[in-house]
Design a protein around this ligand. Structure first.
Ligand SMILES: Cc1cc2nc3c(=O)[nH]c(=O)nc-3n(C[C@H](O)[C@H](O)[C@H](O)COP(=O)(O)OP(=O)(O)OC[C@H]3O[C@@H](n4cnc5c(N)ncnc54)[C@H](O)[C@@H]3O)c2cc1C
Length: 456
């Protein structure tokens, strides 16, 4: 039995997918069945690379770039048609969070700062990846892992050409959802302790036709309490809208951000609770409900927000924004206390991460309680992320990058933002390059060398 056969079976069982849930690869299986072939052998060119990075968000872009800059042969694959992850696909932004990272500083400089242009970010990231010498394949969905004993040895990509097999010495899972780690059988957590609920999903979108001066802007729940209009505070107006059925009961706060272009603003208000971003039916419900809420919010701001009387939707995201899914358990685990106390680690690969514990309420409306008051997020001190958070406990050949690293629900609510995710990706890229260079599994790399690479 080949590794392909083993990994295929293993993937199906560990990911908990039924054959009916395979979607497009089910099509391949069907045509193979007609021809009497086994689809796992019908593949596919076999490509070889040293480092395979799956997922083209900030973490994957960083991992591919940093590994390629070390002279490694790197392939970055992304399931959709654009790099950038949530920022491009779900129109989220600006880039938040701080870290001490020359790589993140360089990227921020190159993309024009934290308030990037989400129509261009994909091309800006692609230039960075390309200049480093990494190859990029878009429209390539990492669908199965190749196993060699207890180690990941590559992945099979679902493409319009069918399945393409990529053999790699090290695979970096930067899918946000830990898809490859999960498929390989890595242990993971999902949701908060107790009820397992995750942060809600949201459709963020852009309005145009907003009056220039005097238009209402609101960045947070706290700001909503301070904004006073003739009919009350913005918070009270939104609450009344929820009571009257003008807004969905999960909305809580209608944030209206200034957009980069005059006459436009970005809406962060819709909230779909109790959905799992690794469940296709939940994703479908979230897309539908989120987009319906977006139009409700449009009608609401036209009626109640100064400057929005003639507003209209200028752009909707390609996909719903997913904040939280799997957290792959590593040889280290970051907790809320680690973030709040600003814990330092000798094997730190991300330094001085800063962003509040920002939990959008998984069960009710608006923001979850942070420091005891609804709508506040608990503050952190600059904390480190140790290398072990990127190394799955029970699987070799694999590194985790971005929001799916090892940590608690609360810690994730801080390190999930893009600048920190990017710094984690840079660390994964440096570690992957070091593992290839030293001919050792990722868990055995010399972390001091990884730290040196990241500091330069
Ligand atoms: C509504 C919302 C608002 C947010 N607001 C902000 C904000 O204002 N500022 C901020 O900094 N952060 C914000 N965030 C958080 C932030 O966007 C993400 O946590 C961050 O993008 C994580 O980066 P990542 O690289 O780990 O994952 P992602 O950005 O999710 O990127 C993962 C990439 O992997 C690809 N992928 C997934 N599975 C596969 C697969 N099997 N094969 C191939 N490719 C795959 C995806 O298409 C995607 O491109 C927000 C998130 C949401 C949902």
């Amino acid at each position: 039995m080949s590794h392909t056969d083993i990994s295929r079976r293993r993937f199906l069982s560990t990911a908990g997918w039924s054959a009916a849930g395979l979607g497009a690869s089910g099509l391949i299986a069907a045509s193979a069945a007609e021809s009497g072939e086994d689809d796992s052998r019908r593949s596919e060119a076999v490509h070889k690379t040293e480092v395979l990075v799956c997922g083209g968000g900030p973490a994957g872009m960083a991992a591919a770039t940093v590994a390629a800059r070390q002279g490694r042969k790197v392939l970055l694959v992304e399931r959709y048609g654009r790099l950038g992850g949530m920022a491009v696909q779900a129109m989220v932004g600006p880039l938040m969070g701080s870290v001490t990272s020359p790589f993140v500083d360089e990227v921020l400089h190159r993309i024009g700062g934290r308030r990037f242009d989400n129509e261009r970010l994909d091309l800006q990231y692609a230039s960075i990846v390309d200049e480093a010498g990494a190859s990029l394949w878009l429209h390539s969905w990492a669908a199965q892992v190749m196993m060699d004993g207890g180690a990941v040895a590559g992945a099979r990509l679902l493409t319009k050409q069918g399945m393409i097999q990529v053999d790699a010495q090290v695979v970096v899972d930067a899918t946000g959802d830990g898809d490859l780690a999960c498929a390989a059988g890595a242990a993971f957590e999902q949701g908060r302790p107790g009820d397992g609920l995750m942060q809600p999903m949201s459709i963020m979108y852009r309005l145009a036709g907003v009056a220039g001066e005097g238009a209402l802007y609101c960045g947070s729940e706290q700001e909503a309490r301070k904004i006073k209009l003739p009919a009350g505070t913005w918070e009270q107006i939104v609450e009344r809208g929820m009571e009257a059925g003008e807004l969905a009961p999960t909305i809580g706060v209608v944030r209206l951000y200034r957009a980069n272009r005059p006459g436009e603003s970005v809406v962060n208000a819709t909230q779909i609770n109790q959905v799992d971003g690794t469940n296709v039916q939940d994703l479908t419900r979230a897309e539908m409900e989120g987009r319906r809420q977006a139009y409700q919010v449009l009608e609401f701001v036209r009626r109640h927000a100064p400057g929005y009387e003639k507003a209209y939707i200028a752009a909707m995201p390609a996909v719903v924004g997913v904040r939280e899914t799997r957290r792959i358990l590593g040889t280290a685990y970051l907790t809320r206390d680690d973030c709040i106390s600003g814990r330092k680690w000798p094997d730190a690969v991300v330094r001085d991460a800063r962003f509040p514990i920002d939990i959008h309420n998984p069960a009710g409306s608006g923001q979850a309680e942070g420091d005891g008051t609804q709508g506040t997020a608990a503050a952190v001190k600059p904390y480190d992320i140790p290398y072990g958070c990127l190394v799955p406990r029970n699987i070799d050949g694999l590194l985790i990058a971005g929001r799916c690293i090892s940590g608690s629900h609360d810690a994730h609510a801080s390190y999930r933002v893009q600048c920190i995710a990017m710094a984690i990706g840079a660390a994964a890229g440096a570690a992957a390059a070091t593992a290839v260079e030293q001919g050792v599994p990722p868990r055995a790399v010399n972390v001091a060398r990884v730290q040196r690479l990241l500091a330069s």
